[in-house]
Design a binder for this molecule. Structure first.
Ligand code: BES
Ligand code: ZN
Length: 622
């Protein structure tokens, strides 16, 4: 049956059909059967609701097969009528599922299965894992994909607790954003519970051949057995990060903090699923040089998971706070010099983003507070939310003083713990508790509601990065930067000894090399690129951040010898942040277009929907 869809946004969230003001889920119990043969999750979603006397409950679904809906608790269930709203293939939101209830109904049970179109789930055949023997699956919920694997009120404005009973094939371990097992059991049915209320985008599951290594009293890492020792090394500082975070903004509220390293197809670097951060193996640089990503996801345990953006228009409240907090954790562990290097790198990305957005269809997206109605909330995932947001807070810290600002943030997290916030609530709280008491006329409104970067923005400098820029400039001028000749005096002798120091990759950290590469002009000749590769081997360096930037520069400069390396990378890594710049650089060049499509057609099988659909959109638009 087809009816006109209701207007989304009944509870100030334009990206959900749910009528949460009338009725909302308080607790969700999931009964799941994860079937790898059919690549299907068979589920029952048992919603325990708070009903303010309505006769219809509206849930969000997308590409789900709804079999029946009942009301009443287990044992007393009665089938009820439901209507699924009109289906539009391009629909971002999916469909409303409208269930007939009565004013007293509090239990609604939805029997369903996922379909081939389910966007949240990535099903991986064994070849796409490290071990190559067992299959793997995981979900990605943020922003609005949870509705494609669970029928629910998919809005961050509502918090719910959840529990689950999950059946998986023998030998595979399921993990959720909940209390987790560390070992297989014989029944292959696992029970989960998340007793603290969370927004729906944080419900997540991963199933695979997984082992666990404890890293501290309340933290550890899961990965395929082959990777576990490198993971344990890479994330060895995790216990210190947790204490540093707690020292800053109050006790960690989720008891356990574990990380799971997923297969390479995971479309993000990291995702802050509570109690179990999901990360992409590209973070395993072997030298801990990319661990700020874990600091970031850990920071979300406060900003995002404890205090949550009420709608996707306020995404900066999740990410901007988190980038700021991440940098504070990095400073606490590794010192101000390193923290400034990281912030400087991010600031440069923000400047590039500002240029891109000013040329785009939505120049107004340089505001922190967004208006994403009718658009994909993914559009808000720019460096505005992340870096402009963080620099807003850095500027506040500079003007009000660190001690006062830290006190303010601590009380903000305490006041809004397990609640949701929007920009207006934050602004009010900021004025009342920080600006007014200190007689400050800080331009907070300008930061939140105006386009661009206000002129009082905190300026971060890094002498070490400046040095790398200089090194790149010298190289471009034709200087031999690879060998440095100096003369050392030898005791008792008249003649000085000639000493040659060779430039090595390990002389500098990842971010310094990024600054070096970014300083090279797009017009650099392929010969010079080749020369750098001969000395430094960027093209095959195991460091994904460096490799991806190197490839983009290589495309611009016409250094086609990179193709085999690039192809290998594109066939292995599914992280959107790396894929998009590479594919879009390729699409800008007539000579590379066909090759880009060819590589994508081969590689797309092992990209998650999130990455695949973004690249397809890029292809459509070029
Ligand atoms: N929560 C985000 C990932 C996300 C945002 C997924 C919006 C879907 C929609 C996560 O915390 C994140 O920001 N990850 C970044 C890493 C971070 C260090 C900037 C990433 O994946 O690159
Ligand atoms: Zn984040």
């Amino acid at each position: 049956m087809v009816t006109k869809n209701p207007d989304p946004g009944s509870d100030s969230d334009n990206h959900s059909y749910a009528n949460t003001k009338q009725i909302h889920t308080k607790h969700l119990h999931l009964e799941l059967d994860v079937n790898f043969e059919n690549r299907t999750v068979y589920g029952i979603a048992r919603h325990q609701m708070v009903n303010n006397g309505t006769d219809t409950a509206i849930f969000d679904i997308k590409a789900l097969d709804i079999q029946k809906v009942t009301t009443g608790s287990i044992g007393k269930e009665k089938e009820t009528d439901f209507v699924i709203g009109a289906w539009d293939k391009d629909s971002i939101l999916g469909q409303p599922l409208m269930v007939k209830i009565d004013a007293k109904t509090t239990f609604i049970n939805i029997y369903y299965k996922t379909t081939e179109e389910t966007e949240a789930i990535d099903w991986l055949s064994p070849e796409l894992t490290t071990g190559k023997e067992q299959p793997f699956m995981y979900t990605q919920g943020e922003a609005i994909l949870t509705r494609s694997w669970i029928p629910l009120q998919d809005t961050p404005s509502n918090r719910l607790t959840y529990s689950a009973s999950v059946k998986v094939p023998q030998g595979l371990l399921p993990l959720m954003s909940a209390e987790n097992p560390t070992e297989l059991n014989t029944e292959s049915v696992y029970e989960f519970k998340m007793d603290q209320p969370i927004p729906s985008y944080l419900i997540a599951i991963a199933v695979g051949n997984l082992s666990y290594k404890k890293l501290g009293k309340n933290c550890g890492v899961y990965s395929e057995p082959e990777l576990i020792s490198s993971c344990a090394y890479e994330f060895g500082d995790l216990p210190k990060m947790i204490s540093a975070a707690e020292d800053l903004y109050g006790k960690y509220q989720w008891q356990q903090y574990d990380v799971i390293v997923l297969p390479y197809s995971f479309p993000f670097g990291g995702m802050e699923n509570p109690r179990l951060t999901f990360v992409n193996p590209t973070v395993l640089a072997g030298d801990r040089s990319l661990v700020s990503l874990v600091a970031h996801e850990l920071a979300h345990s406060w900003s995002g998971n404890l205090v949550t953006n009420r709608s996707w228009d306020d995404f900066w409240l999740n990410e901007g706070f988190t980038v700021y907090f991440e940098n504070r954790i990095m400073e606490a562990l590794y010192g101000k010099e390193i923290a400034d290097i990281l912030a400087r790198i991010e600031f440069q990305e923000l400047q590039d983003e500002l240029i891109d957005l000013s040329k785009s269809d939505h120049p107004e997206d340089t505001r922190l507070k967004l208006k994403l109605q009718g658009r994909n909330p993914d559009d808000g995932m720019t460096d505005i939310a992340y870096v402009k947001g963080a620099f807003f807070l850095k500027t506040l810290e500079r003007d009000l003083g660190r001690e006062r600002f830290d006190g303010f943030l601590k009380s903000y997290f305490r006041t809004f713990a397990f609640k949701t916030v929007n920009s207006e609530l934050f602004l009010n709280y900021l004025k009342k508790n920080l600006l007014e008491p200190n007689g400050s006329n800080f331009n907070a409104e300008e930061w939140i509601y105006k386009e661009g970067i206000p002129s009082n923005c905190y300026a971060v400098t890094s002498p070490r990065l400046d040095k790398m820029k200089l090194l790149a400039k010298r190289f471009m001028k034709g200087e031999n930067i690879f060998e440095q000749v100096s003369y050392v005096k030898i005791k008792g002798k008249k003649k000085k000894k000639k000493k040659v120091t060779r430039l090595q990759r390990n002389d500098f950290i990842t971010q310094e090399w990024q600054a070096f590469i970014r300083e090279l002009p797009e017009t650099i000749s392929p010969e010079l690129m080749k020369k750098l590769d001969a000395y430094l081997n960027f093209r095959n360096w195991g460091n994904s951040e460096v490799m991806s930037e190197w490839y983009v520069l290589g495309i611009h400069s016409g250094y086609t010898e990179l193709r085999p390396y690039m192809k290998k990378f594109l066939n292995k890594v599914g992280r959107r942040k790396f894929l998009l710049p590479i594919y879009s650089a390729l699409m800008e060049k007539e000579d590379d277009k066909a090759w880009a499509r060819e590589v994508f057609n081969e590689a797309k099988e092992h990209y998650h929907f999130v990455s695949k659909s973004s690249i397809e959109a890029l292809f459509r638009n070029t």
